[in-house]
Design a protein around this ligand. Structure first.
Ligand code: ADP
Ligand code: TRP
Length: 315
């Protein structure tokens, strides 16, 4: 018997320029694995709306993230790339799930608790975030969900919600498993802490050579050692330890030379992806999303036809 490929589903919020932490943490490992699966990759624009209320910015971010996906190596011919808001079945299923999920359960979500602790407006969408994410995943009979460690609990929520639906209305949903992407674990930022856009310590993935150089030059170095560990820990993402050993030996005590070598290596690594990104027009992005949306709606509608019948709203 020929068995089909397992189904992979993942999403990224269109929340601004990617940094090399996003790339080495999740995008690269995703690109390395996606062809072995029947892959669907979603732009989570309705998730972004929970925090981003600037329409022009959201629009620009959506266009950008599709370019980013393709530039880093996701081929729209090999993966279904689509936008969440183009498939209304996601929000429709969210409502149905909302009617079996308790508020006490949602109050336990780490991401929600963290965002509230940081003083973000606690709108109902933010609270319901894990339910929409469960709908994203479960509509497509997903087997595996490659995500960063920070999203693990959300995939657990999707499993719980699948079980809740299945025990209430019968077996409609498959329970997905998370695949924690640990390309290089946590990528450090220019201050040695986790690289994150909220800490202002990023090296932009698709910045110009000057922007990358500026970020690298701002890496904080500890003046006591012979080699700057904050520089080295970023450098080893681009080159093997074996290749780096002679460089750091030759540059002992000269931090500026190590930073210049890092700028050079980062540039060589990023330049081809940047070039590819620049070649993708707005029309290309629209075509990718148009075609992807059409296919995604077809799959999602088939699932929803069954779901509507199960819950009793089909006549
Ligand atoms: P940020 O922390 O900059 O806001 P996001 O939360 O938008 O980044 O991250 C998107 C994805 O990239 C997440 O799945 C996260 O696990 C991954 N990621 C973000 N920063 C890093 C990092 N410094 N190292 C490894 N992975 C990261
Ligand atoms: N919440 C995810 C993040 O912020 C994005 C996301 C939305 C997602 N829906 C998804 C990830 C479904 C995996 C599967 O990174």
């Amino acid at each position: 018997m020929i068995r089909g490929k397992q189904k992979l589903f993942t999403g990224l919020q269109p929340s601004g320029a990617l940094h090399i932490g996003n790339y080495f943490g999740v995008l690269k490992p995703l690109v390395d694995m996606y062809e072995g699966f029947d892959s669907r990759v979603m732009v989570a624009d309705y998730h972004a709306l929970t925090t981003l209320k600037d329409a022009d910015k959201l629009h620009a971010n959506i266009m950008d993230i599709v370019r980013d996906y393709v530039a880093v190596g996701l081929d729209p011919k090999k993966a279904l790339i689509f936008k969440q808001s183009d498939v209304p079945q996601h929000t429709e299923l969210t409502w149905i799930y909302n009617c079996v999920v308790t508020t006490a359960f949602l109050e336990l979500a780490h991401a929600y608790k963290d965002k509230r602790a940081r003083g973000l407006e606690s709108n109902a969408g933010l609270f319901d975030y894990p339910v929409l994410m469960a709908a994203d995943i479960l509509l497509y009979d997903t087997d595996i969900v490659p995500v960063g460690q920070d999203q693990k609990q959300h995939v657990e929520y999707a499993r719980e919600i699948a079980t809740k639906f299945n025990t209430t209305w019968g077996e409609a949903f498959k329970e997905p498993k998370e695949k924690i992407l640990e390309g290089v674990a946590i990528v450090p930022g220019t201050d040695g802490k986790k690289m994150s856009k909220s800490y202002g310590n990023t090296i932009p993935l698709f910045g110009s050579k000057d922007e990358i150089a500026k970020a690298v030059m701002s890496i904080i170095t500890d003046s006591s050692g012979e080699s700057p560990s904050n520089v080295y820990n970023i450098h080893r993402l681009f080159k093997s330890e074996r290749e780096l050993a002679p460089v750091y030996k030759a540059n002992k005590g000269n931090y500026k030379a190590s930073k210049e070598a890092l700028i050079q290596d980062a540039e060589e690594f990023i330049a081809p992806m940047r070039k590819k990104r620049e070649s993708i027009t707005d029309a290309d992005v629209r075509e990718i999303l148009h075609d992807g949306g059409e296919k995604a709606r077809e799959i999602a509608e088939e699932k929803m036809t069954d779901v509507r019948r199960r819950v009793g709203v089909s006549i």
